[in-house]
Design a protein around this ligand. Structure first.
Ligand code: PRX
Length: 644
């Protein structure tokens, strides 16, 4: 990998087309690419102009827009108000029980300033970490932006994660503050949240305060001196706050994601490059017009999609968004379509798993609503099967709206591969081409680009502005996970398989490592296995992702029980599923638990998941010749046939 620090590109360089990555051709020359990104960075307000677009001399640790200084929250909020757009709606918020809130950019500025002043009153200073576990309520956005405004890296933890998962994330980032709520609405019921976060913070002395939003009004346990109500602390603050500027590489957030080992990785994103690419991709992929569009991304802010495409990208682009708190079938299966009709949503961005759920509920549900406002449909999180793609376009997009299938990852920060609306004819199921400015390739085991019609590994062969800057507190893990596989070529290894079709378009084939994708959520087999073996009845466990018509993949666990455990299969299954939900969160609950006498292992002791996947998917078991004991599969199959 050649150092790039000599490519100095000023923001006043002439515009350069990015003209991009046709397979078979190497990535665009560095100068053009960097000039392209320099132009994209002009979407933002910089307090100090950068001097160098990219410093890659310490690869794989990138520095983008070196010397530049900016405030991310100012870019997302204040500058729009200063430019006269204070009355424009930033969020049409829709609560699950039917309550609503309209938040203009001027309102947003006031709320973010008050929240920032509250955080300052707690003695937090730039660089301190703040953990956030909140439902999809406006305070989640205020909290994230207040952190960004003060240079406090936030770590948002999905509301469905267990206290144990929250605790490990708080500890890893050593968060000083936790922001949470009393409870959250789930399927029409108020469920506790603070009770769980209290369990998580019982043994985390780093947390000095817990700031609690009152959302449901349910009773909460309370620790005097540590716990503070949002409506008492934040609402009493001044709504004026002058933002400070931070270095382009100042950490913006940490977001934990599953890797191939049991311990989630804290993916680190920084400010200038991340916001540049979030604004660019959001604006370009969805053809976003801040004057005309009403945009709705249905993700949760606990995932990267919520960070980049509910908060940072849309707000940097002065978007009017819809934000919805609840589940899609509360109180009825038409809820999303009702919201689209109510607000005249023009851009709708969701995940294939939800599209397949809509398919199950039936096309007569969307047919009851006026969805004619829809102009662009987006998909993210997993490969979208052609059937779902066609259904989406026909029944939600009126057979007119383009479907943009966007491939990216927590690590890439923002969209990397997607067809642009108005581009060449879309192909159902293909993310197609890297965006202008991005270079991706499909390579073989040796890192050589494969030809048309061939499959291999997806790599990113050029750095990009919103790339992760590392794994929090673990540089070695960063190098090892992403940069060691194709170290000779200096390629980033995405962990996904992919294929070129005859036109050279890219088709994503799913993970090639031990990471499962369940309803678009990444869960590692190792994480679920370690949760299972932490149960006293389990001696050994192996977990695989089996294909599932609705969730893409489903978790299937094979467990060996400890000697002396006398349980019926039903009891074991129920107890272990519940145990996993408690250890990680309900999203990690196995669909199925199979009790087996042995697990198939190679001579070196590695579990052959491929064979277990065959069992889980009811297929003829494949080649068993590399097993240490070839009879194991017969034992497993015989045991399962017995129903034991
Ligand atoms: O396997 C790919 C799949 O989701 C993984 C990234 O997961 P996560 O970091 O949780 O981010 C999800 C939201 C960006 C990828 O490695 N994936 C995501 N989008 C697609 C996809 N697979 C195929 N097509 C997509 N559009």
């Amino acid at each position: 990998m050649s150092p790039r620090s000599d490519h100095r590109v000023r923001s006043d360089s002439p515009p350069t087309a990015a003209g991009e990555a046709v397979p078979g051709q190497p990535g665009q020359a560095g100068d053009d690419r960097l000039a392209f990104w320099a132009r994209q960075a002009e979407r933002l307000h910089w307090d100090t102009e950068w001097t160098t677009v990219l410093d890659w001399s310490d690869a794989p640790f990138a520095r983008w827009f070196v010397g530049g200084r900016l405030n991310v929250a100012y870019n997302c909020v204040d500058r729009h108000v200063e430019a006269g757009h204070g009355d424009q709606v930033a969020f049409h918020w829709e609560g699950e029980p039917g309550d609503t809130r309209t938040i203009t950019y001027a309102d947003l500025r006031r709320e973010v300033c008050k929240t920032a002043n509250a955080l300052l009153s707690l003695g937090l200073t730039a660089g301190d970490r703040v953990a956030i576990q909140l439902p999809m309520i406006p305070e989640a956005v205020f909290a994230m932006l207040a952190c960004a405004r003060l240079g406090l890296p936030h770590s948002v933890v999905f509301g469905g994660f267990s206290p144990a998962a929250l605790q490990s994330r708080i500890e890893d980032a050593e968060a000083r503050l936790l922001i949470t709520s009393d409870g959250q609405y789930r399927r029409g019921r108020a469920e506790p949240m603070k009770a769980g976060t209290d369990e998580a913070t019982r043994n985390t002395p780093c947390v000095e305060h817990v700031l609690v939003v009152r959302r449901t009004g349910i009773d909460v346990p309370w620790t005097d001196g540590r716990d503070l109500w949002w409506h008492e602390l934040v609402d009493a603050q001044s709504d004026q706050h002058t933002p400070e500027d931070f270095d382009a590489e100042h950490p913006l957030f940490i977001l934990y994601t599953s890797g191939t080992t049991g311990r989630p990785k804290g993916i680190l994103h920084t400010s200038g490059g991340y916001l540049t690419q979030a604004a660019y991709t959001h604006g370009t992929v969805f053809g976003l017009d801040p004057e005309a569009d009403v945009y709705w991304c249905t993700a949760d802010i606990g995932w990267i999609t919520g960070h980049s495409y509910i908060v940072y990208g849309p707000l940097a682009n002065r978007t009017t968004s819809v934000m919805y708190e609840g589940t899609p079938n509360t109180p009825h299966e038409g809820r999303h379509f009702e919201i689209i009709e109510k607000y005249g949503v023009t851009v709708y961005y969701t995940a294939p798993t939800l599209i397949r759920t809509f398919m199950k509920w039936g096309e007569d549900v969307p047919a009851r609503y006026d969805l004619s406002s829809i102009g662009v449909l987006g998909s993210v999180g997993e490969p979208i099967n052609p059937e779902a793609w066609r259904w989406y376009r026909k029944h939600i997009g009126g057979d007119r709206a383009p479907v943009v299938d966007t491939w990216w990852q927590t690590e890439t920060g923002t969209i990397m591969i997607a067809p642009l609306p108005g581009g060449p004819a879309a192909k159902p199921g293909s993310a197609q081409t890297p965006l202008p400015g991005i270079s991706a390739k499909v390579v073989d085991d040796q890192g050589r680009q494969v030809g048309k019609g061939e499959s291999g590994y997806l790599v990113l062969d050029q750095p990009w502005p919103s790339m992760l800057r590392g794994v929090w507190g673990d540089d070695d893990r960063y190098r090892e996970t992403y940069w060691s596989r194709f170290a000779a070529q200096g390629h980033y290894f995405a962990g996904d398989g992919a294929r070129y079709d005859e036109d050279g378009d890219i088709w994503l084939l799913g993970r090639v490592d031990d990471v499962m994708n369940v309803s678009g959520h990444r869960i590692s087999t190792a994480e679920v296995e370690s949760a299972l073996v932490s149960h006293p009845a389990v001696a050994e466990a192996a977990v695989v992702g089996a294909s599932d018509a609705t969730t893409g993949q489903a978790i299937v666990a094979f467990v060996i029980l400890r000697g002396g455990t006398v349980w019926s299969a039903g009891d074991v299954s129920g107890a272990l599923r519940e145990h996993v939900a408690q250890e990680i969160g309900p999203i990690a609950k196995p669909r199925q638990i199979m009790v087996v006498p042995e697990l198939p292992k190679t001579r070196s002791g590695k579990i052959m998941r491929r064979l277990l996947r065959d069992v889980a998917e009811n297929r003829e078991v494949g080649d068993v010749t590399t097993l240490a004991d070839a009879s194991v599969m017969d034992l497993i199959n015989a045991g399962l046939a017995d129903g034991s």
